[in-house]
Ligand binder design. Structure first.
Ligand SMILES: Cc1cc2nc3c(=O)[nH]c(=O)nc-3n(C[C@H](O)[C@H](O)[C@H](O)COP(=O)(O)O)c2cc1C
Length: 321
C-alpha cells in the first residue's frame, strides 16, 4: 500500500560520495555559478557541476557560439574558461560554500595533463569528485578518450592512481559502441559514468553558404537528443555496475523518471535551463510524488526497472509490467 506521508529518500551514492538528491546541472549550462544564482537556492541541488576547466585558460571558439534548432540547440563554445589556477582561486571557494558536493569537470590536451590536474584537485579543499570530460565535440581531440576503449582505460586508470575521491567519466554519443567505452572506464576504476555529452551537428545558412557557428560544427543538445541519450544510458546501465548519471534533454520530472527507469541513478539538467531556469528545482520538488506513483520511496528502487523486450518482467519492481 502507498503511504502518502512516508518520506521519500532521494539520496544516491557515487563511490564514497552521497548526494542528497539525484538532480544537478550539466556542465557548462548554468553560467559560472560563482556567487549563487539569484533566482533559486543552489543549496537544494544534489551536486554542483561547474563548466569544464582546462589546465591553461582557453578563449574558446569565435562567435556565433550557439544556434537554436528544432527542440534543441547547437553550441560551439570550445571550452572557454580561465584555467585551473583561476578556478581554484576564484570559483572553487565560492562554490564549495554553497552546500552540495562540488564535482569539478576537467578536460585536458593529453593523459599527462589530465593526471596533473587530478593531482592538483586531489590536494584542493572543497572538491568532492571530478567529472572527466572525455567528450567535448567542440575542441580538437575532444572525444579521443571516449572513442577508443584502450585509451579510455589507460587514462581513467592513471587518474585513479592520483585522485582519491569519486571519478565520473563523461562520455560522448558520437561513437559506435558507448557501452564498451563505459566498461573500459568502469574497469579502470571510474565510480560513475555521465552520459551523454552533445551530438556533433551542423547548422547552415544556405544563402551565405556558411555554417551558422563560428566553430563550424557544434554540439546538439536539448529535448531533440533525449531518445539518443535514453538509448545510451540503457546500454551503459546494462554494461557496468557503477551508477550512470544521465544528461540529454532532461526538462521535467517525466524525463527524469524515464532516465531512472532505463538505468540512471541521477540526472543532469542542461539546455532546459536556457528556456526554463527553474526546471531543476521543479524536478526535485516533483520526484517524491512521481516515485510514489510507482509505489517506490527511493530512487534506488526504480533504477533500471524498464521491462525488457519480450521477457517476463520483475513484478516486484514495477506495477505497470
Ligand atoms: C552551451 C553549452 C555548453 C556546454 N559546455 C559543456 C562543458 O563545458 N563541459 C561538458 O562536459 N559539457 C558541456 N556541455 C554539454 C552538457 O553538459 C550536456 O552534456 C549536454 O548539453 C546534454 O544535455 P542537455 O540536452 O540537457 O543540454 C555544454 C552544453 C551546452 C548547451
Amino acid at each position: 500500500m502507498i503511504e502518502a506521508n512516508k518520506e521519500c529518500d532521494l539520496s544516491i551514492r557515487i563511490g564514497g560520495l552521497v548526494l542528497p538528491n539525484p538532480v544537478m546541472f550539466a556542465s557548462g549550462t548554468f553560467g559560472n555559478i560563482v556567487d549563487g544564482y539569484p533566482i533559486a537556492n543552489l543549496s537544494r541541488l544534489g551536486a554542483i557541476v561547474p563548466k569544464t576547466v582546462t589546465f591553461s585558460p582557453r578563449i574558446g571558439n569565435p562567435p556565433p557560439r550557439t544556434v537554436e534548432t528544432p527542440a534543441g540547440m547547437l553550441n560551439s563554445i570550445g571550452l572557454d574558461n580561465d584555467g585551473l589556477m583561476a578556478f581554484l582561486e576564484r570559483r572553487l571557494p565560492a562554490l564549495s560554500t554553497i552546500g552540495p558536493p562540488v564535482i569539478v569537470s576537467i578536460a585536458a590536451k593529453d593523459e599527462d595533463e589530465f593526471v596533473k590536474m587530478a593531482e592538483i584537485l586531489d590536494a584542493a579543499q572543497g572538491v568532492s569528485a571530478v567529472e572527466l570530460n572525455l567528450s567535448c565535440p567542440n575542441v580538437a581531440g575532444g572525444i579521443d578518450f571516449a572513442s577508443d576503449p584502450r585509451k579510455c582505460h589507460v587514462l581513467v586508470a592513471r587518474v585513479r592512481q592520483r585522485f582519491s575521491r569519486a571519478i565520473l567519466a563523461k562520455l560522448t554519443p558520437n561513437t559506435g559502441d558507448i557501452a564498451t567505452i563505459a566498461r573500459a572506464a568502469a574497469d579502470a576504476g571510474a565510480d560513475a559514468i555521465t552520459a551523454v555529452n552533445t551530438l556533433l551537428g551542423l547548422a547552415v545558412d544556405w544563402r551565405r553558404r556558411r555554417s551558422r557557428l563560428g566553430g563550424f560544427f557544434g554540439g546538439l543538445s536539448g529535448p531533440a537528443i533525449k531518445p539518443v541519450a535514453l538509448r545510451c544510458v540503457y546500454q551503459i546501465a546494462h554494461a557496468v555496475d557503477i551508477p550512470v548519471i544521465a544528461a540529454g534533454g532532461v526538462t521535467n520530472v517525466d524525463d527524469a523518471m524515464e532516465f531512472f527507469v532505463v538505468g540512471a541513478s541521477a540526472i543532469q539538467v542542461g539546455t532546459a535551463s536556457f528556456f526554463h531556469p527553474m526546471a531543476a528545482w521543479e524536478i526535485i520538488d516533483a520526484l517524491p510524488s512521481a516515485l510514489r506513483e510507482l509505489g517506490a520511496y527511493s530512487i534506488r528502487e526504480i533504477v533500471k526497472t524498464l521491462c525488457e523486450p519480450r521477457k517476463a518482467c520483475d513484478l516486484r519492481k514495477t506495477r505497470e509490467c
